[in-house]
Design a protein around this ligand. Structure first.
Ligand code: GTP
Length: 598
């Protein structure tokens, strides 16, 4: 059965190609919001998102569109997160749709993210409407974009629409194209309730709000429902639509997009991709594609001031309420005190979380060197997953180590091809192939260790391509790699916070760099202090901290006692923040210097 008046679709685009601007245009055009209550980019609700220009959470919205054929259509626009780290969430949001608008910046053309998202949409068998945006820009190169769409996506150029989300030009035609090209949802009336959870948010007062697409059946307030994959039964407290705020209704019907609030209060109980079905009349099979998302990148997070620990704990808990992919467990470090071992989906996810903790909660934080999940094969034939250098077994028991790999697509002007290939090699990767994107751009497919991507590959890529390169990646299995644990010793004692898991060839370079930075950052001590880098007990780098007695009072000639006291107090205050390792007081700046240098 076809639900002919509904269209469920999303907009997929590379960062900054104009997704939010276009969504806002739709809202205005369909009078979902009024011009006077309109402020820039309603859909990107979170402050940080707005500031960084990155959409993290999906915000669906329902609109009523009066089409040229005289009928009124219900449009459900489902926003997708704009970054590679969130590809599972993107895939679930797309699974809730029948069509996708593929938005391309006319000046920039197809970027790696555009292609990756287009592939996700094609994989879900969605109808794609290619749209070139920003045609008002003087630098717009529509021909280049058309060529790219044909070359990379094999979509004929006469199917491509041209708009300016900013001025509104072409937007009406695009809305008509949504009616004409996006297939209406199809349902099977014989089936019981099946609803896909494509996102969830936590509300302090109401508990967990699930964003759903009802595929079959319907759901009403007061009914008992079951989350299929987690096998959790609960009662429906409220259902409703996004228009654009949450608006309660009596029920949600097949083909529709809306939200469900149940008695569930724990965000971790609800998983994106899960299927909601009836408790009394349950479906036999869940909807396809459910996965447990697992963090891929790990790092320790510590407060610089140990007094901030409780606040950090509370803030991490708060962040986790709306970000189930972010995991954190208490851990303690001899050098840094109490903190958390945290897991993230990827580099950007890690940056977002750090940035939030720092900024929203105004905390000074220390982050340890990031790690991926290594497969450590032991001599006794067993295998351990290790994501923390402190858990790395003794080298004498290890047979070999495998590290996670990724396959990456990089799009850039062909003039940078050589520089990119050098960079890939420098990062222990191999180029698998290059393809033409158009007569200017190439696409390089490369295989690299995930660890290198987590460090600084993306920044380096931006540098060598002067900002014109873009990349995307997906996991690509594991590969044997000579991997070692590098320890840093201060006064012969290992400092746990400085330990890292690195490629054997990088160990010496990294050990030297850390030792040098520590020597610079640790103030002269009253006795000679050796800083050493070691792998498996073997010293591979060494620096000595200057020996000197630093007298803070030396500068105060004579009698000004208040000034002296002030200085002493200040020094005491400084001491409080110091971390003592092997009889040496290490100032937080030293940790920052080393951990930044990662
Ligand atoms: P993310 O949320 O980071 O994925 O970005 P986005 O794709 O939502 O992009 P956004 O709508 O924030 O637009 C990025 C920038 O492009 C903004 O400065 C917009 O004003 C600008 N922009 C969007 N559409 C147009 C357009 O049609 N013409 C021009 N000249 N600028 C546009």
């Amino acid at each position: 059965e076809k639900l002919t008046n509904i269209r469920n679709f999303s907009i997929i685009a590379h960062i900054d190609h104009g997704k939010s601007t276009l969504a806002d245009r739709f809202l205005l055009h369909t009078k979902t919001i009024e011009e006077r209550t309109f402020h820039d980019q309603v859909l990107d609700a979170m402050d940080l998102e707005r500031e960084r220009g990155i959409t993290i959470k999906s915000h669906p919205v329902r609109m009523h569109y009066d089409a040229d054929d005289g009928r009124t259509y219900v449009f459900n626009l489902i926003d997708t997160p704009g970054h590679v780290d969130f590809s599972y969430e993107v895939s679930r949001s797309l699974a809730a749709c029948e069509g996708a608008i593929l938005l391309i910046d006319a000046a920039q053309g197809v970027q790696a993210q555009t292609l990756a998202n287009a592939n996700l949409a094609l994989h879900q068998k969605l109808t794609i409407i290619p749209v070139i945006n920003k045609i008002d820009l003087p630098a717009a190169d529509v021909d280049m974009c058309l060529e790219q769409v044909e070359e990379l996506l094999a979509i004929p150029r006469d199917e491509v629409l041209k708009v300016s989300a900013k001025s509104g030009m072409g937007v009406k035609e695009l809305l008509e194209a949504v009616v004409a090209r996006v297939p209406p949802p199809e349902t099977d009336p014989a089936q019981p309730l099946q609803a896909l959870v494509f996102d969830s948010v936590y509300d302090v007062y109401r508990g967990v709000v699930s964003f759903v697409r009802v595929v079959n059946g319907s759901v009403k307030v007061g009914e008992s429902i079951r989350f299929f994959n987690t096998d959790l039964t609960t009662e429906v407290k409220e259902v409703g639509y996004f228009s654009p705020g949450m608006k309660p209704s009596a029920s949600l019907l097949q083909g529709e997009v809306g939200y469900i609030i149940t008695t569930i209060k724990t965000p971790g109980d609800i998983h994106v991709g899960d299927t909601i079905t009836g408790y009394l009349r349950a479906c036999k099979q869940p909807l396809a594609g459910f996965q447990h998302v697992r963090p891929m990148v790990f790092s320790g997070i510590y407060p610089i001031d140990t007094a901030d620990y409780e606040a950090l704990k509370a803030n991490i808990a708060k962040l986790r309420l709306n970000d189930s992919a972010f995991v954190a467990q208490p851990e303690s470090s001899i050098a840094l005190g109490a903190g958390f071992r945290c897991g993230f989906l990827g580099l950007l996810h890690m940056e977002i979380v750090q940035e939030r903790l720092r900024r929203e909660y105004n905390m000074e934080l220390l982050l340890t060197y990031p790690s991926v999940i290594y497969h450590v094969f032991m001599r006794d034939g067993s295998m351990k997953e290790v994501d923390n250098p402190l858990h790395m077994p003794d080298p004498s028991h290890i047979s070999h180590v495998e590290e996670p790999m990724i396959k990456s697509q990089i799009i850039a002007p062909a003039t940078y091809l050589g520089a990119i290939m050098n960079l890939v090699m420098d990062k222990r990767g191999i180029c698998l192939k290059t393809d033409n994107v158009d007569h200017i751009h190439v696409m390089i497919t490369a295989r690299l260790p995930l660890h290198e991507i987590v460090l600084d590959f993306y920044d380096k890529l931006k540098t060598v391509t002067r900002g014109y390169g873009s990349m995307d990646y997906e996991p690509d299995g594991y590969e044997t790699s000579p991997t070692v644990k590098l320890e840093i010793l201060v006064n012969s004692e290992p400092v746990d916070a400085f330990a890292s898991i690195v490629h054997a060839d990088r160990a010496v370079y990294r050990a030297r760099m850390i030792c040098e930075r520590l020597r610079e950052a640790i103030p002269p001590q009253m006795f000679k202090v050796a800083i050493q880098g070691a792998v498996g007990g073997r010293i591979i780098a060494r620096e000595d901290v200057r020996q000197l007695r630093k007298n803070v009072l030396a500068k105060c000639y004579g009698g000004d006692i208040t000034r002296k006291r002030k200085l002493l107090d200040k020094q005491k205050e400084g001491k409080k923040r110091m971390k003592e390792v092997g009889n040496v007081n290490i100032p937080p700046e030293a940790f920052v210097a080393v951990l930044r240098a990662s």
